[in-house]
Design a protein around this ligand. Sequence first.
Ligand SMILES: [Fe+2]
Length: 163
Amino acid sequence: MTTESVDELLVQGLQELYYTEQQLVDALETLSDQTDDEAASQGFSEHREETQNQVDRLEQVFDQIGEEPRTKEEQVVNALIEEHEQFARDNDGDVLDRYNMSVGQKTEHYEIAAYGNVTSLAEKAGYDEAADLLSESLSEEEEALDEVTQASEEFDQQQLASD
Ligand SMILES: [Fe+2]
C-alpha cells in the first residue's frame, strides 16, 4: 500500500497509536495483576487509567483534523504483547516482575517515539490544538517511563542487597 504524502503519515501514525493504546489498556491490566513488586504494579495500574484518557484524547485529535477515528494494526505493539505472553507462560516470581518492568520500558520508549512523530507532523500541518493534545500524551509517556525505570532500579538495588 502506497502512502501518497507526508501529511498522510500523520493520519496513519494516529491510527496506529489509536490501535496501540487500545491494546495497552488490556496489557497494562495484565502487567499490573501479574507483577508482585508494589511500586511497579501500582505504576502499571495508574498508567492504565492514563491510557484510557489517551484513547479519548486521540478521538479528540481525529475530530480536530476532520478524520474518523480508525485503528490501523501496529506490528510493534503486537510483537511486544506476544513476546510478553510467551515469557509469562514459562516464568514467574522475581524474574517475571523484572521482565515486566523491562517490557514497560520498551513500550514507553516506543510510544514516546510515536507521539513525538505525530506531534511534530501535526505542528507542521498547522493543527496546533491537536499538537498540544498529543504533546500532553507524550509528557505522560515520558513520566511513565521515568516511573517504571525508577521501579526497576530500586528492584535491582533490593536484589543486590539480598544477595
Ligand atoms: Fe500510552
